[in-house]
Design a protein around this ligand. Structure first.
Ligand SMILES: C[S@@+](CC[C@H](N)C(=O)[O-])C[C@H]1O[C@@H](n2cnc3c(N)ncnc32)[C@H](O)[C@@H]1O
Length: 312
C-alpha cells in the first residue's frame, strides 16, 4: 500500500471513530487531537532518509541535527533532555507498544551476549530507567563476588523512574545496590580504567558528539575491557526498509500522541534513528576511538545492531 493510501485509510478509520465518539465531549476532544495529528503526518517529512551528519558552521555557530531539525550544537542536549523528561513516565509502556515487545527480546539477547562474569564492574551508560541493568541481574553469575553495576544517565527523571522500579520489584534484595549517577556520556565523572564493561543501549544516537562519548568509554574502561552498544541501525533490504519506514513515520508518532500525548518526542525518535551512522560508519567511529576487534551484528534485518570493541 502506498503511503498516501495508508494515510487515507488510517484517517478514514479515525474519522469513523470520531463519529462514534462525538456523544462524549472528552472523547470528542481526544479524537479531534488524533485527526489534527494525522494532518500533521501528511504534511511532515515522511520517508526522508536524511543522513546529514555533516556539522556546519555559520556565523561562528556550530550546527548539528536534532532529528531532521537543524539546531545550534549547544542546544541539542537541552532538547534531548526535554524529550526524555517528557517521556520518562510513559517510556517503558511506549517501548512495549511501539515495538510490540520486541525491544525486550533485543535487550535480552544483548545482555546474554555480554557473557557476564562474577565480580565485573559495569557501567551502563544512558541507562535510563534501568532496563539493561535489570536484565544483567538475571544473567549475573550466582557465585560471589556479585557484579557491580553503575547506571548512568544525563536525565534525572529517567533515573528516578528506574529507582522506583527497583524498589517496587525488590529485585535488588539479593544483590548489592545499583549505583545511579546522573552524568553526561560525553564527560564522565569516573576515573580512568575503572570498568570491565561499558554498555550503552539506544542512548548514543541521542548524544551530540558520538566521538566524545566513545573517547570517554575508552578512557573509563580497564585494559581488556569491552565496549558494547545496542542501537537502532540501518535496514538495507529495500522492501523491509519501506515497511519499516511506513510504520516508523506514520504509526509511531500517532501512538505517541494517543498514549503519551506527545507527538513531537516520538517524531524525534524516528528521525534520530535515520540520522545515526550506519553499521560500517559507526564501526569506524568505534575503531577511531582506539578500540580493537571491532565487530557488529544485526538483529531483525538491521533494525538494531550490536557493536562491540575491546580496549587492548
Ligand atoms: C532511548 S533511552 C534508552 C534507555 C535505556 N538504555 C534503555 O535501553 O531502555 C536513551 C537515554 O539516553 C539518555 N541520554 C541522552 N543523551 C545522553 C548523554 N549525553 N549522556 C547520558 N545519557 C544520555 C537519555 O536521557 C535517555 O535516558
Amino acid at each position: 500500500m502506498s503511503s498516501g493510501k495508508f494515510i487515507y485509510s488510517l484517517r478514514n478509520s479515525l474519522c469513523n471513530v470520531k463519529r462514534l465518539l462525538t456523544t462524549k465531549e472528552h472523547n470528542y476532544v481526544k479524537s479531534n487531537l488524533i485527526i489534527q495529528s494525522l494532518r500533521r503526518v501528511s504534511n511532515s517529512s515522511i520517508y526522508k532518509n536524511k543522513k546529514e551528519n555533516t556539522f556546519t558552521q555559520e556565523d561562528g555557530v556550530q550546527y548539528t541535527h536534532f532529528g531532521y531539525e537543524k539546531v545550534a550544537e549547544n542546544i541539542k542536549s537541552e532538547k534531548v533532555h526535554d524529550v526524555f523528561k517528557n517521556v520518562a513516565d510513559s517510556y517503558d509502556l511506549m517501548n512495549d507498544l511501539m515495538s510490540a515487545g520486541t525491544h525486550r527480546l533485543w535487550k535480552e539477547y544483548f545482555v546474554k551476549c555480554l557473557n557476564l562474569k562474577s565480580g565485573m564492574k559495569i557501567l551502563d551508560m544512558a541507562g535510563g530507567t534501568g532496563d539493561i541493568a535489570f536484565k544483567m541481574l538475571d544473567h549475573a553469575p550466582s557465585s560471589e563476588p556479585t557484579i557491580d553495576i553503575v547506571i548512568s544517565d544525563i536525565n534525572q527523571a529517567m533515573l528516578d523512574v528506574g529507582k522506583k522500579r527497583a524498589c517496587k520489584t525488590k529485585i535488588l534484595d539479593f544483590f548489592s545496590e545499583f549505583k545511579w549517577v546522573c552524568a553526561d556520556a560525553e564527560s564522565l565523572p569516573f576515573e580512568d580504567e575503572s570498568f570491565d564493561l561499558y554498555t550503552i543501549a539506544f542512548g548514543i544516537r541521542n548524544t551530540t558528539h558520538i566521538d566524545k562519548v566513545l573517547d570517554e568509554a575508552y578512557r573509563v574502561l580497564k585494559p581488556g575491557g569491552r565496549f558494547s552498544c545496542l542501537e537502532f541501525s540501518n535496514v538495507s533490504n529495500p522492501l523491509i526498509r519501506s515497511i519499516y519506514d511506513t510504520y516508523s513515520f506514520q504509526v509511531i508518532p500517532v501512538m505517541g500522541e494517543l498514549f503519551a500525548s506527545d507527538w513531537k518526542s516520538y517524531q524525534y525518535l524516528v528521525e534520530s534513528i535515520r540520522q545515526f551512522p550506519d553499521q560500517e560508519a559507526f564501526s569506524n567511529l568505534i575503531y577511531n576511538a582506539g578500540f580493537s576487534n571491532v565487530t557488529y551484528h544485526n538483529l531483525t534485518f538491521g533494525v538494531v545492531s550490536i557493536h562491540d570493541g575491546f580496549k587492548l
